[in-house]
Design a protein around this ligand. Structure first.
Ligand SMILES: C[S@@+](CC[C@H](N)C(=O)[O-])C[C@H]1O[C@@H](n2cnc3c(N)ncnc32)[C@H](O)[C@@H]1O
Length: 239
């Protein structure tokens, strides 16, 4: 049994809001479009998956939250990736939502309902331990690692193809955006791995650049001025 402190969540104008962090789970402009813009487009997933020539692809995420990024990614994956390939989605979450809050949050996205149902059915089992969940005839495998992102990433091996760096803004959640997080990211990346994040905080960009990522600023979604995305050019500085 995994022990964790659950999310403290409020509902503001029908949208989930994290009381502890004083931050939103996703843009109040449109969370679904934000996910597509920041994380899916920021990692060029559609074109990479249409031309995928490996049997699997791995995404890792900091901050599973409501699962919106996960569900949007698997929808795109099932639409465009080769039917024989498997998506491994690894996500970390320090303060999981209750099943009730998750159900309310996912009800906001009717276009994801056929995918959300699978997550909701298995959610409480997923929270009990770090077990993987196979979905859609093994085309998707979800590993939900309950705990702090850096602590959880420290314990895994393998190569991540695309990073979804979520997890509330660095100003509101400085504990997560520490130097070791970036060290774990580069340890688990290969040349060609990409990242995307809604934040354009200077220290996030500098840490990713120091780790070997070629970072690029792009217009942010909604009210956000800028976001960051990038690709790992070399692992020379990796520890
Ligand atoms: C903006 S929300 C993520 C939204 C999410 N990606 C989605 O699709 O709904 C940020 C999430 O990061 C989680 N979080 C905060 N600090 C964390 C940490 N140190 N390690 C892992 N997760 C963390 C929060 O509990 C929250 O669920």
């Amino acid at each position: 049994m995994t022990h964790y402190s659950p999310a403290k969540l409020e509902w503001r104008d029908g949208q989930p809001y994290a009381s502890t962090f004083q931050d939103v789970y996703f843009s109040s402009d449109n969370g679904l479009l934000e996910t597509d813009y920041v994380f899916l487009q920021g990692n060029a997933l559609q074109s990479r998956w249409q031309t995928l020539n490996t049997p699997h692809f791995t995404i890792a995420e900091t901050g599973f939250g409501t699962g919106l990024n996960f569900l949007s990614a698997i929808k795109l994956w099932l639409e465009v990736a080769p039917a024989t390939a498997m998506l491994h989605y690894i996500s970390t979450e320090k303060h999981p939502l209750s099943l009730q809050d998750l159900t309310s949050a996912l009800a906001l996205w009717p276009t994801l309902a056929e995918f959300s149902d699978h997550l909701l059915e298995n959610y409480e089992k997923l929270l009990q331990g770090n077990q993987a969940l196979d979905l859609f005839q093994n085309r998707v495998c979800l590993s939900l690692l309950v705990g702090d992102a850096t602590t959880q990433l420290r314990q895994i091996h393998g190569a991540v193809d695309a990073w979804f760096l979520d997890g509330f803004s660095p100003a509101k959640n400085p504990d997560m955006w520490q130097t070791e997080l970036f060290q774990q990211i580069v340890r688990l990346s290969a040349v060609g791995s990409t990242f995307a994040t809604f934040t354009s905080a200077g220290h996030v960009r500098r840490n990713l650049a120091a780790a070997g990522f070629n970072t690029q600023k792009r217009a942010g979604f909604g009210k956000k001025r800028e976001m960051l995305q990038g690709i790992l050019m070399s692992k020379a500085d990796a520890r």
